[in-house]
Ligand binder design. Structure first.
Ligand code: DCP
Ligand code: CA
Ligand code: CA
Length: 365
């Protein structure tokens, strides 16, 4: 006898940080709104963390320098500083709502969760659709937040479905619909394939997932390396599957970003480092952990990795950690006078749970 069809639901909150600000400040509704990570160099240096759809109409997106966003946006636009611990709290509340739909849930990031609904809905996609609708309306009713939801036979497909349905979307991909749904998607619809990889694939004439399915494993291995090639091979066929389990306790959190160009200029690197720190701190606060060490990661134009770390007090404020990181990076550059930086990152380690608070990954009903 065949087992139940697997039913996986992926939840992604729409323009999350910006939406939280919009919901809590109704006066901003309808205006372009940008949540910013200020690097502290001057009043408007730093990067965009999240933009609402009004701002996106002008071409503003996450990761863009704030100055660039200001040049694109009209005068009525609203610029707000990130409030990471607040978004983490809102995130926890949303995740607590979602958790009631399935005990098999994993929080993937501050605004994403994946739920295995197979048992809860007895393998029925009709019931799964009802679940998804109820989940969306419950999050809207209780938190005033819109989200996009995908339901499909595995996590990768469910995430692609959620992304494809944004904003305020719901997309169900039943097992017999997988092949048609996938083939029409652009390659970068696959999680893990970003804009850079898309460009590399275009050089091989590969644009859609259908094209990607025709690429031989050997070629995939040359492009992606062995491990990722296996993922890409299976994901392109809708077959990459893994059980949905809660994660174990994290030992460290990190975030690395690629610089616009190879450089040794601190002014270029600072904003990117600030964005890395804010994402790393965000992950930390979603885990309800504190860090006792912080490190800078520098990856050179020759792909050599240099790291440097120091101890910090638990719950050291953002600005202070940023100062420490700048100093560490400054030392890295001084000790390696000829290197050019290609990527930089931030790592937080020596993690400990914050006492007395619930922890996302340890929830159960
Ligand atoms: N984020 C950030 N810097 C980035 C990307 C994201 O600070 N470069 C933060 C802000 C986002 C949140 O993480 O609100 C979630 O990231 P998403 O990529 O899901 O972006 P949004 O939720 O803002 O947009 P979407 O509606 O496309 O999901
Ligand atoms: Ca989102
Ligand atoms: Ca997301």
């Amino acid at each position: 006898m065949r087992g139940l069809d697997r039913v996986v639901l992926f939840l992604d909150l729409d323009y999350f940080f910006a939406q939280v600000e919009e919901v809590e400040n109704p006066a901003y509704r309808g205006r372009p709104l940008v949540v910013c990570v200020y690097s502290g160099r001057d009043q408007s240096s730093g990067v965009v963390s999240s933009a609402n759809y009004e701002a996106r109409k002008y071409g503003v997106k996450a990761g863009m320098p704030i100055k660039r966003a200001m040049a694109l946006l009209p005068g009525e636009a609203v610029y707000l500083p990130v409030r990471l611990s607040h978004y983490a709290k809102v995130s926890e509340e949303v995740m607590a709502i979602a958790k009631r739909y399935s005990a098999k849930m994993r929080v993937e990031s501050v605004d994403e969760a994946v739920l295995d609904l197979t048992d809860a809905v007895g393998g029925s996609y009709e019931r799964a659709e009802e679940y998804a609708r109820r989940l969306k309306s419950e999050i809207l009713a209780r938190k005033s937040l819109k989200c996009s939801v995908g339901v499909a036979p595995n996590r990768v497909l469910a995430k692609i479905a959620a992304d494809a349905s944004k904003p305020d979307g719901l997309k169900i991909v039943k097992p017999h619909e997988v092949a048609d749904f996938l083939t029409t998607q652009p390659v970068n619809a696959l999680p893990g394939i970003g804009l850079k990889t898309r460009q590399r694939l275009e050089a091989y004439g590969v644009k859609t997932v259908a094209d990607l399915q025709k690429v031989e494993v050997g070629v995939l291995e040359r492009i992606f390396g062995e491990k990722k090639a296996r993922y890409v091979y299976l994901a392109a066929r809708g077959e990459f599957d893994e059980p949905i389990q809660e994660r174990g306790l994290a030992k460290q959190v990190s975030k690395i970003l690629t610089l616009k160009r190879n450089t040794r200029d601190m002014a270029d690197v600072e904003a990117v480092l600030a964005a890395c720190l804010s994402e790393a701190l965000l992950k930390l606060s979603t885990l309800n952990m504190t860090a006792s060490r912080v490190g800078v990661i520098a990856i050179t134009s020759e792909i050599k990795t240099i790291t440097k770390q120091v101890e910090i007090r638990p719950q050291t404020p953002y600005d202070e950690i940023m100062k420490t990181l700048k100093k560490l990076l400054h030392d890295v550059l001084a000790e390696n006078p000829s290197v050019m930086l290609r990527r930089v990152g931030v790592r937080l380690f020596g993690l400990n749970p914050i006492a007395g608070q619930s922890k996302l990954t340890a929830w159960s009903d």
